[in-house]
Each structure stands twice: as structure tokens, then as C-alpha cells.
Design a binder for this molecule. Structure first.
Ligand code: ADP
Length: 175
């Protein structure tokens, strides 16, 4: 059996966190890992229902996700998180607090994410229909030293997934 760890995806909306994390989860399961995905949108519907997108509430949301990912990882499960997690300080807080934390920066320029507009949210944010939208009128602070980076404007999905898996092997989390 493989050991548990926290695979922490961060990046703008539409960068590819959900898409990559799902395929990575499938690959890990095929290799005998137990995996659970804590997707940002799903967590906000359940664990964090009622929280806003203020900095304070975003930080609360991220601490909750970090705590659950920690519970999973210490029990031998790969806790994959796929939330924007825009603030560096709280990501680093999670990194300091819990063992086996691997940060995966899903990097795509804002223009590319906005062009994709997977959920139509960028158009709404530009039209002023939603506020505090990351990248438009709310900050995104990229990680300084992520263990893994995927540039999804330059790689296709297969390449990004392969890069995550091979990085986990190099880091010693997969045999
Ligand atoms: P997020 O979860 O970060 O908000 P999504 O995964 O929902 O982003 O959307 C990412 C979009 O980008 C999808 O439509 C996906 O098909 C596309 N895409 C293009 N290249 C890649 C890549 N290398 N990795 C992941 N997604 C990609």
C-alpha cells in the first residue's frame, strides 16, 4: 500500500485544477492508492456552506480543507484538494502544520482562463454581476516554490497529468 499525502492544487478558476485532479486520482487508484478529492466547489456546497468570498471566509474555507486533507493523509489516503486557494500565507500555514504536503501550481495566464471561461463566471465578473472574483477584482498569489507546476496553456491534459505522476515518483511518494 502507498502512503498518504496531501496533494494541494492551487490556481485560477479555469486553470485546470478539477480536470487534472480527477485524472490524477484515477491513475493513483489504479496504482493501489486510496484517494479522496476535496474539490473547491463541492466543499463550498457542503463543508463550507454559507461562507462568503471575503479574505476571512476564504481563509476559513482553506483551513477546513487542509484539516480534512490532513485527517485523510494520516490514515493512508491521498487527500487531493482542488480549490483556488488564492492566499499564499494560509497555504504556507497548512504546509507548516501538516506532514507530506505537496503543492501543485496549476498555472495558466488569466487571459487563457478567461478565454476558456468554463463556468461562465469571468463574463459575470466582468459584467459586475459577481464580486470578489479571483483574478478580476480579487487577488491571486502564486506559490514561490511549489513542488510541482503544470503550465496548462502550454501542455495538454495528458502531459500535465503525466508530469504530476512522474513528479510524485521523483519526490518519493509513489514507488
Ligand atoms: P479549475 O478547476 O482550475 O477551475 P477546470 O478543470 O474546471 O479548471 O477547467 C480547465 C479547462 O481547461 C477545461 O476546460 C480543460 O479541458 C482545459 N484544459 C486545457 N489544457 C489543459 C491541461 N493541460 N490541463 C487541464 N485542463 C486543461
Amino acid at each position: 500500500m502507498e502512503k498518504g499525502f496531501i496533494l494541494w492544487f492551487t490556481g485560477l478558476s479555469g486553470a485546470g485544477k478539477t480536470t487534472i485532479s480527477k485524472i490524477v486520482a484515477e491513475k493513483l487508484e489504479k496504482r493501489g492508492c486510496k484517494v479522496e478529492i476535496l474539490d473547491g466547489d463541492i466543499v463550498r456546497e457542503n463543508l463550507s456552506k454559507g461562507l462568503t468570498f471575503s479574505k476571512e471566509d476564504r481563509d476559513i474555507n482553506i483551513r477546513r480543507i487542509g484539516f480534512v486533507a490532513h485527517l485523510l493523509s494520516r490514515n493512508g489516503v491521498v487527500g487531493i484538494t482542488a480549490a483556488i486557494s488564492p492566499y499564499k500565507a494560509v497555504r504556507n500555514e497548512i504546509r507548516e502544520m501538516y506532514e507530506n504536503f505537496i503543492e501543485v501550481y496549476i498555472n495558466a495566464p488569466l487571459e487563457v482562463c478567461e478565454q476558456r471561461d468554463v463556468k461562465g463566471l469571468y463574463a459575470k465578473a466582468r459584467a459586475g454581476e459577481i464580486q470578489n472574483f479571483t483574478g478580476i477584482d480579487d487577488p491571486y498569489e502564486p506559490p514561490d516554490n511549489p513542488e510541482i507546476t503544470c503550465c496548462t496553456d502550454k501542455e495538454n491534459l495528458d502531459e500535465s497529468v503525466a508530469h504530476v505522476i512522474s513528479s510524485l515518483e521523483k519526490l518519493g511518494y509513489l514507488t
